[in-house]
Write a protein that binds this ligand. Sequence first.
Ligand code: PLP
Length: 425
Amino acid sequence: MNHFHYLNGELHAESVAISRIAARVGTPFYCYSTATLARHYTVFRDALAAAGLDATVCFACKANPNIAVIRTLAELGAGADVVSEGELRQALAAGVPPARIVFSGVGKTRHELEFAVAKGILQINVESEPELRLLSEVAAARGIRMPVSIRVNPDVDAGTHAKITTGKKENKFGIEWTRAREVYGLAAGLPGIEVVGVACHIGSQLTELEPFRDAFVRVRDLVAMLRADGIQIRRLDLGGGLGVPYEHESPPSPAAYAEVIRATLGDLNCRIIVEPGRLLVGNAGILVSKVIYVKEGATRTFLIVDAAMNDLMRPALYDAHHAIFPVAEPAAGSARIEVDVVGPVCETGDTFAKQRSLPPMRAGDLLVFGTAGAYGAAMSSTYNTRPLIPEVLVKDDDFAVVRARPSYEDMLALESLPDWFGHEG
Ligand SMILES: *Cc1c(COP(=O)(O)O)cnc(C)c1O
């Protein structure tokens, strides 16, 4: 459920007409809805509470690291799961208390570990033995033991797109299931490490519960083994991954997901940490674009729009489907034609949809890509020297630009010509 709807013949985000934002900020732009973010967060949090779980929801910032988005969730009580120093700085800038921040990721540098330890965050999820040793050294140098969960790779098939599955043994993530006990033994003996828990994250956009259940059962077995070894496990970080509907998918409800956690891990007396990303922000965002040209090809019609694969990479990267609809509400029963919706970038992959049935549109018309709040702006680039596009947050009848469009001068200012070219400009 989201708060983008037609009102008086025009698409609105909450009570703000999309055309009004477009007139102010220009296209293309991302638009997020505060009410939708809040709804998704509270439904998820309440489902965990209703299952009787002592759970902390740490928003996986990589899905949408805009500080206004993070702040909106943080004000409702969310923590943050970050995967780089940059994201950690964004979470802190957004006002997330360090005691609610988890640092994940397979390649944290010494500098990143030092920064995280200095900020006193809740825990670091460690993914390898060399990282464990380095973190111990960094923390011990400060005279502390850093709370750590070790990310284990439960070797389950999440049944999702190959590029976003992370829990199989051939993936780069985590410690192999079969070696976990040994690595915990190592961790327990390191001076800068305080082992507090087990972490796992098996993939993204999961639309079934079975892979979660399989992974959680393995986590349960591991906890029993570790406790038998005398290692105190008091937190379980279960990652993110619950999917959202883009097209015909019907992902499990938060309540059903919470029930799987309760049934598999609920009696272990552990604080549960979950790291949803897409689930909280996916349907809370749209990408607004404008038709530049309608081009009649030999065999098909192309809608050439001003957004491109650099702004929303998911279709080019994962063949992802995004709903596309016009900002002006089509009359009931109005004609539809099949069009290819493409961007201006010089790659055939810059295609958002092929043979999509849409009402006839003309140059200058506004259209929207749905479910673009997750891994949209976050994955964007300046390919073809296209400036990153603005992000707008709507709240009731108000809106604000929460990330400005850089100017061409801003972009060019980062580049320079070496001295050997001389200065006769
Ligand atoms: C990407 C990621 C998440 C969030 O995944 P979603 O599918 O967006 O919920 C959570 N935890 C870790 C460690 C991740 O890498």
